[in-house]
Design a protein around this ligand. Structure first.
Ligand SMILES: [Zn+2]
Length: 143
């Protein structure tokens, strides 16, 4: 019973988010990644605000960069390299977008001492992130 009640609760909240005031930012093709990020955060007790967050394609500060986050006043602008995004697989896309959301939504800094979503460089060997996704998300969503 509790389980069913909980599910109903979630359904109602989702419905409110979908219909509420038209305030929710629009993320276009990035929506599935943003939704899953918010969902994974929610499972771990975080109620994330996406107010002011934008995600778009644009120029990068360096040849190696594929994503960046600009935090300034109420601006929380994520920019991704379009040529990279269009050829990246779902695993790379998720890590990079989660990394930038980590900066722009959760104000996280780089963390390079362990294999981590917030590493400055993409260091995951192929498949390592998805195979250990739950662990990496548990680490990412720590208080
Ligand atoms: Zn970064």
């Amino acid at each position: 019973m509790l389980h069913i009640k909980g599910m109903k609760h979630t359904a109602i909240i989702s419905l409110l988010l979908l219909t509420g005031c038209g305030k929710s930012p629009e993320f276009g093709e990035f929506t599935p990644y943003v939704d899953s990020y918010v969902n994974e955060a929610s499972k771990r007790g975080f109620d994330l605000s996406l107010s002011g967050v934008t995600i778009s394609f644009g120029e990068m500060p360096s040849m190696a960069a594929v994503g960046k986050c600009l935090l300034k006043d109420s601006i929380r602008a994520i920019t991704l390299r379009e040529e990279w995004w269009n050829t990246a697989d779902a695993e790379h896309r998720e890590v990079v977008l989660y990394h930038e959301l980590g900066h722009c939504v959760r104000w996280l800094l780089h963390r390079d001492d362990v294999l981590n979503i917030m590493n400055t460089y993409y260091l995951f060997p192929s498949g390592e992130y998805l195979n250990n996704r739950k662990h990496h998300l548990n680490v990412h969503f720590q208080r």
